[in-house]
Design a protein around this ligand. Structure first.
Ligand code: ZN
Length: 287
């Protein structure tokens, strides 16, 4: 069932759990994530970056594939199609293509310009029936060419952006995209707490979910995080399972070279990863 991310995240915040955003790259990814959600009876947000969309053919291809899978696989749990880290133009294209949610990444603008552009996106997206995520304070690391420096957001700026009518808010709290370095200082719970105090019931978003220790994830959920983005972890699981298949020489046995066989272990690994995260986030049986 295709929905926006607004109600599922309000429910998550009120119920003290988080909904996972799992970024997709192709058919196998999408099918694995959707079947995991259905088997866990969990809501799910499918994250699509501009880069991943381009890889798949474009925004319309992504939407068409997801809608087709929901129908053909009889997926009844709530599913949102969400643009991850979109520019202003990406957001407009996704509204047109039938996404149900967009993230406008204005964190690299000065706060006044972030406010002006976020205001415009909120208006256009809400008129078209989409939910909107905004971002304050760049998130570190690199995701599809978008590089952030990993800062802690200013809670007062978060409040300003929250007041523009965004449906959920991403704020940098020391988290980064990709693998965390050995000397990582951890999440700043003081920052998160200060942001939640000012933004009240607004669901908060944690980017860069790969490699954050489980106790930190649980603490973040307790402090108002209702959406956690997972991307790298599924990529690592897919690559490891595919490597194992090839290194075992299975592609050389019988029809092991058939892509439906060759890609199956990687797809199964993604599905397992998604299920593990849904359990950790507490979204199992919350559909
Ligand atoms: Zn992100």
């Amino acid at each position: 069932m295709l929905v926006t991310a607004t109600k599922m995240l309000q429910d998550a915040k009120a119920g003290h759990y988080a909904v996972g955003q799992f970024n997709i790259n192709n058919l196998e990814w999408t099918k694995a994530a959707l079947t995991a959600a259905q088997e866990c009876n969990s809501p799910i947000i499918l994250g699509v970056t501009a880069g991943a969309s381009k890889y798949m053919g474009g925004y319309n291809t992504a939407v068409g594939m997801i809608k087709g899978l929901i129908k053909d696989l009889n997926i009844t749990v709530p599913v949102a199609i969400h643009l991850d880290h979109g520019s202003f133009d990406d957001c407009l294209k996704c509204i047109e293509a039938g996404f149900t949610s967009v993230m406008f990444d204005g964190s690299h603008y000065e706060i006044d310009e972030n406010i002006a552009k976020t205001t415009e996106i909120v208006k256009l997206a809400h008129e078209a029936g989409l939910s909107v995520e905004a971002e304050v304070g760049a998130i570190g690391g690199e995701e599809d060419g978008v590089v952030g420096t990993g800062e802690c957001a200013d809670p007062v700026e978060c409040k300003k952006i929250a007041d523009l009518g965004v449906d959920f808010l991403a704020a940098g709290i020391g988290n980064i995209h990709g693998k965390y370095p050995e000397n990582w200082a951890g999440l700043s719970f003081e920052t998160l707490d200060a942001i939640q105090q000012l933004t009240g019931d607004l669901p908060l978003v944690l980017h860069g979910g790969t490699g954050i220790p489980e106790d930190m994830i649980k603490k973040a959920i307790n402090l108002g995080v209702a959406k956690i983005n997972v991307n790298t972890e599924c990529q690592l699981a897919f690559a490891a399972a595919t490597r194992e298949y090839i290194e075992a020489g299975k592609d050389l046995q019988g029809k092991g070279f058939d892509p439906r066989k060759l890609l199956a272990p990687g797809a199964a690994a993604i599905k397992e990863t998604v299920k593990t995260k849904m359990e950790l986030f507490g979204s199992v049986n919350k559909a």
